[in-house]
Design a protein around this ligand. Structure first.
Ligand code: PLP
Length: 396
């Protein structure tokens, strides 16, 4: 038998995948499942982006690229970030196969486990690995990435504050200390859809500066906001030198399967992360990077159309739940809502898929039991069907 590494044994398989497997099983048995468990836009990739990918392939852009990305894309990303108020240069950017890889590389670059800390510090006073602070509910992979890197987790719950960060700042201040290595901020948020206020970001900045904390700002849903703008954390005074900005093409341009994302950070961090990058993935796919330039430069109309569609669905879904006297905290971004359910959210979700054939993800997977995450990246007709079924089967 295999002697597995502790790092993989520390981690659970993705809860989202368990649900979609169950949905696929039922579908294979001929059941019509309304799958609201997936975090994926239901629109095609904009045509001009697809065309740019094809053209790049035809033009022979099929070999390796420079590890950190093709110069045109790194420059286009730096230009985009400058538009967000960050003083970015192209050599501060690593282009990755998906935002997930950019996050993974960041955790691996910054977080030491117990053994590593012991040896690098010549003996350790603490038993735990470097401290990573998460704001719950938090996207499932942050916890896994922290554990894979050997870090120890410290979690701050925003559920009592309708998932907003600003009213949770006192709790965050109580949680962080000079021992905190990394704080992860994700706004607009998966799984809540919350968009954090400017005051919340200022609060994060003040704590990060006070305790010398590096902050990951996962801005992958940045372009999916409704009536509010999402500022970039790195643009706040004092944050440029301590922020790793993560973004990607999956959500904004409906390009999940293309696998394209990036990180931006000070050059000193980029040169360390670049080692992991070059020794693991080598580079993101060549012709995909060319399509990425087109996505950044020529998709404003498509992005606006998708955003409007998401907004209409969000409003419709909130109204439908209200008709059933269910009050759902509605966020101003991304395409998720947290539906308050029983304390035993795992049983609720298992029942909802068995009885109502509606797939959702238990909030406990994100650190917040008592909720089910609903993705409204589905047609209005399917969303109506889902609410009808949940109500008929007694789940609302
Ligand atoms: N960050 C968050 C909060 C996400 O929800 C996702 C995707 O679900 C990602 C990062 C990674 O997306 P990708 O690797 O497709 O760019």
């Amino acid at each position: 038998s295999f002697d597995f590494a502790a790092r993989v044994e520390r981690v659970e398989p993705s809860a989202t995948l368990a649900i979609s497997n169950k949905a696929s099983e039922l579908e294979a048995a001929g059941v019509d499942v309304v799958d609201l468990s997936v975090g994926e836009p239901d629109f095609p990739t904009p045509e001009n982006v697809v065309a740019a990918g094809k053209e790049a392939m035809d033009a022979g852009h099929t070999g390796y690229t420079p590890s950190n990305g093709i110069p045109q894309l790194r420059e286009a990303i730096a230009e985009k970030l400058r538009g967000d108020g960050i003083d970015a240069e192209s050599d501060e950017v690593i282009v990755t196969p998906g935002g997930k890889q950019a996050l993974y590389e960041t955790f691996q670059t910054l977080i030491d486990g117990v053994d590593e800390r012991g040896s690098s510090a010549g003996g350790t006073s603490s038993r735990a690995g470097d401290e990573v602070v998460l704001l719950d509910p938090a996207w499932v992979s942050y916890e896994a990435m922290a554990k894979l890197s050997g870090g120890s987790l410290n979690r701050v719950d925003t559920a009592p504050y309708d998932f907003q960060l600003e009213p949770a700042l006192d709790d965050l201040a109580a949680a962080v200390s000079d021992d905190t290595e990394l704080l992860v901020v994700n706004s607009p948020s998966n799984p809540t859809g919350a968009v954090y206020t400017e005051a919340a970001f200022e609060g994060v900045r003040d704590l990060a500066v006070e305790h010398d904390i590096t902050v990951i700002s996962d801005e992958i849903y940045q372009r999916i906001t409704y009536g509010v703008d999402q500022p970039s954390l790195a643009a706040f005074d004092g944050m440029e030198d301590r922020t790793v900005t993560i973004n990607g093409f999956s959500k904004a341009y409906s390009m999940t399967g293309w696998r394209l994302g990036y990180l931006h950070a000070p050059e000193s961090l980029v040169s360390q992360a670049a080692k992991l990058h070059s020794h693991s993935v080598s580079c993101a796919v060549n012709f995909v990077q060319h399509a990425g330039v087109e996505a950044l430069e020529n998709t404003d109309e498509a992005v606006t159309e998708m955003r409007e569609a998401f907004r209409e669905r969000r409003d419709m879904l909130a109204d439908l739940f209200a008709d059933h006297d269910v009050d759902v905290p509605v966020g101003d971004g991304a395409f998720y809502m947290m539906l308050p359910v029983d304390d035993d959210d795992q049983s609720w979700c298992a029942g909802a898929i068995e009885d109502a054939h509606v797939a959702t993800v238990p909030g406990s997977a994100f650190g917040s039991p008592g909720y089910a995450r609903i993705s409204y990246a589905a047609s209005e007709e399917r969303l109506r069907e889902a609410v009808d079924r949940l109500a008929t089967e007694g789940y609302l």
